[in-house]
Design a binder for this molecule. Structure first.
Ligand SMILES: [Mg+2]
Length: 184
């Protein structure tokens, strides 16, 4: 199968590191657990969007972003089994090299640049499956949709919208194994 895998908050914990960096920089006190919407800047009413984005638009920020447990093991396993795995991420140009070097290639060294796709229009891609926490990346896509649970999508009815919800990488592994049986 061709499997597309989102990066931010699917294989690494961007939001947790981002909130930490904003709190450190501006003395705010927001907890990752409190975020309930995609537009998390609402959680910092005293700050402008520019101030919030400023802290992540540099290469060094990415040294603080941690991987999500089991993602590396499952991705490696899929590749070993002959699946085509692509990391698909919408990301600003500033900090892109840091994101790749300090995060993706550091924690997922078996992924190379030829298997990275940068786009905000994931629906243009042809694949069997997309693993992603962003509802908007699944909507209208011509692939099986695995919605990775995050604070901002917790209240979303995945099943009613043709998606399969997964809370962690053990569940993702199991779901993709089921989809593989359906595909073959
Ligand atoms: Mg994401």
């Amino acid at each position: 199968m061709t499997i597309l895998v989102d990066m931010d908050d699917t294989i690494e914990q961007l939001l947790r590191a981002w909130i930490h960096a904003v709190n450190e920089t501006y003395g705010t006190d927001v907890r990752h657990e409190d975020i309930r919407s995609w537009n998390f800047t609402d959680a910092f009413p005293s700050l402008t969007e520019e101030q919030i984005y400023d802290v992540v638009l540099n290469d060094d920020f990415w040294k603080t972003v941690e991987p999500i447990p089991d993602a590396d093991r499952v991705l490696q396993q899929w590749i070993d089994a002959g699946h085509e795995v692509y990391i698909v991420t919408a990301t600003p140009l500033q900090g892109l090299v840091g994101k790749m070097e300090h995060c993706l290639f550091r924690y997922f060294p078996f992924i190379d640049w030829n298997h990275v796709i940068i786009t905000a229009r994931k629906q243009l891609l042809k694949a069997d499956v997309l693993i992603d926490d962003g509802v908007h990346n699944h909507e209208g896509g011509d692939y099986k949709k695995v919605l990775v649970t995050a604070g901002h999508n917790r209240a979303y009815d995945a099943e009613a919208n043709g998606m399969i919800r997964a809370d962690n990488w053990q569940e993702i592994e199991r779901i993709v194994a089921e989809l593989e049986k359906e595909c073959s």
